[in-house]
Design a protein around this ligand. Sequence first.
Ligand code: E4P
Length: 215
Amino acid sequence: MKFFIDTANFEEIKEAHAWGILSGVTTNPSLVAKENISFHDRLREITALVDGSVSAEVISLDAEGMIKEGRELAAIAPNITVKLPMTPEGLKACSVFRSEGIKTNVTLIFSANQALLAARAGATYVSPFLGRLDDIGHDGMELIAKIAQIFEIHHIDTEIIAASIRHPQHITDAALNGAHISTTPFKVLKQLFHHPLTDKGIEGFLADWNNRKSE
Ligand code: E4P
């Protein structure tokens, strides 16, 4: 499973990129709204730094508007992926982008049937939202497993991005259940490093080194 970061904050992206683990970035209108910068300028900064897919979401609700917006976004850099909502209009736009060779990420996926529809419309990626399903008492991970199984049975090459990640256990379970990618907030990415025995081990090694007998 590959790591994408789910943020529009450039400092967070730079830090995670420096760790050498980053294969892509996802943004959404809520994440962009937190940043005090033009969306297109931020996408230019991100795409100049990160080689992998950078998802940029359209705001229009009709296919015509989505296609216009998506083409403008895709013109920013070759690694832009146009993020589209899981609606009939979103899928119309998705199939147009497929014919134009523009990558797409169909977002707000909450059922296996939605994922299958998006895949058949030519989505490069589908984004099932784990955390938001868990929030309403459903099992987000079960959805990942179902989508992975369906895509495997039917030889579908659309990649599954486990989204709406809330904690480290989501990452392990998404990897075990067949997600190709997890898109993770910076806070959760940082949590992945930590283990009490690692901290204790470093402390012990340093203490022994500082108390060594020879110079
Ligand atoms: C995915 O692409 C979305 O940006 C994101 O994962 C949504 O997560 P949230 O439920 O924490 O807003």
